[in-house]
Write a protein that binds this ligand. Structure first.
Ligand SMILES: [Zn+2]
Length: 395
């Protein structure tokens, strides 16, 4: 077995309405008692933020809200949030939302410690300044696992996806409150949960896997496969919602150390070229690459993943069990309210060159290299061709 290290930093707090009990953590960190909430407009409009802000103010915490985070956050979002953190003299930054507000809150928490903008630090061009605030992450989707990861993704002016990394990027506290995810539209529940499943699958089968990643990743797959259909059927099933949140958090721990793979390589390219939602993009990419992945030295792990995906049949060979896992995963994806055709996104056969170029872009190479099987340029082009030509069979 290969040598490995493993560490945890983020305190994870789980429970219904725990997002209304943040003041004690902020007071314990510093006596400045000032918090900036980083979120997006839709969450403010849907009434997610007001009760959390009211609960903080009731306990003597002053608050400001930055709610301009875009669905694919950019330099401007991070710089504006960081400017507010500085001018307000905040001691805490609370990210509330899906991956975009959480990534913005995490990155702005660090950027606020210095005098440069987010662009200065992207792709590790320069080290981040010392962190001077407490960061609390509260996911309202069960997908990204951003509450327990030290990497963030955002865009530059040309809509290129960039990333930044720092151990200080890990939030000190993650609050998993299933009440917040109960109102998610089914599309978002489906797309974000499949994103979590892909995180777990790519981490446990990837080049950086280790026994801890495998343990948390397999359980994440199990939790998503078992609970996603229940949450789609009955939106306010708190146990299903809670299990999906825990599943996405565990998948976040898995990618924190294990990285992602080809579905994220292609998924990021689909988002760059067609603007697809991240979860939907990786769901589409996994749907087209799962079988191809099986032809790798990771058969035993894919066989375990099949069991986690709910396959109960007995097979003579591990390869057959692994194949049944791929079929089960594709069936799960097809059963969800996720459109697998990309024609609705303005993509067609004519987009192949752009899509292939985006797959081959520098920022996507870590995912390509970490995958259980290496995709040649030609294979990436062929996947693009299949994705662009795909039409669901209507009965
Ligand atoms: Zn993802």
């Amino acid at each position: 077995m290969k040598d490995f290290q493993y560490f945890l930093k983020t305190k994870v707090i789980y429970g219904e309405n725990k997002s209304l009990e943040l003041a004690e953590h902020i007071k314990a960190y510093s006596d400045r008692n000032k918090a900036v909430i980083v979120t997006d407009k839709s969450l403010v409009k849907l009434g997610f933020i007001a009760p959390i802000e009211a609960a903080l103010q009731k306990e003597g915490i002053e608050t400001k809200v930055y709610s301009d985070v875009k669905s694919n956050p950019d330099f401007q979002n991070i710089d504006e949030a960081a400017a507010l953190i500085k001018s307000f003299g905040a001691s805490a930054v609370i990210g509330i939302g899906g991956g975009s507000p959480l990534d913005t809150a995490k990155t702005a928490s660090l950027v606020a410690g210095g005098d440069n903008g987010a662009g200065h630090y992207s792709l590790m061009a320069n080290p981040f300044p010392e962190k001077k605030v407490l960061t609390i992450a509260i996911p309202t989707t069960s997908g990204t696992g951003a509450e327990v990861t030290s990497t963030t993704v955002y865009s530059d002016e040309k809509h290129r996806k960039l990333w930044a990394w720092d151990t200080d990027m890990l939030p000190e506290i993650a609050v998993l409150d299933p009440v917040l995810t109960a109102k998610l539209p089914n599309f978002l529940t489906a797309a974000t949960s499949i994103d979590a499943l892909v995180h777990a699958l790519e981490a446990i089968t990837g080049q950086s896997t280790n026994p801890v990643i495998e343990a948390v990743g397999l359980h994440a797959i199990r939790l998503v496969a078992e609970n996603l259909p229940i949450a789609i059927e009955k939106n306010d099933d708190m146990d299903a919602r809670g299990n999906l949140l825990i599943g996405s958090m565990l998948a976040g721990i898995a990618i924190e150390h294990g990285g992602t793979g080809i579905a994220h390589n292609i998924g990021h390219a689909l988002s760059t070229v067609g603007g697809l939602h991240h979860g939907r993009a990786v769901a589409i990419a996994l749907h087209h690459t799962y079988d191809w992945n099986l032809d790798s030295p990771r058969t035993a792990v894919f066989a375990k993943a099949a069991r986690a995906l709910g396959v109960t049949d007995q097979f003579e060979a591990e390869t057959e069990l692994a194949k049944a896992g791929a079929a089960a995963c594709k069936k799960l994806i097809e059963s969800l309210p996720i459109t697998l055709e990309v024609s609705q996104d303005g993509l067609s056969e004519n987009s192949l060159q752009d899509l292939t170029a985006a797959c081959l872009a520098e920022e996507n190479q870590p995912m390509r290299l970490n995958n259980c099987r290496y995709a040649t340029d030609e294979e990436l082009r062929e996947f693009g061709e299949k994705i662009l030509a795909f039409r669901a069979v209507t009965v």
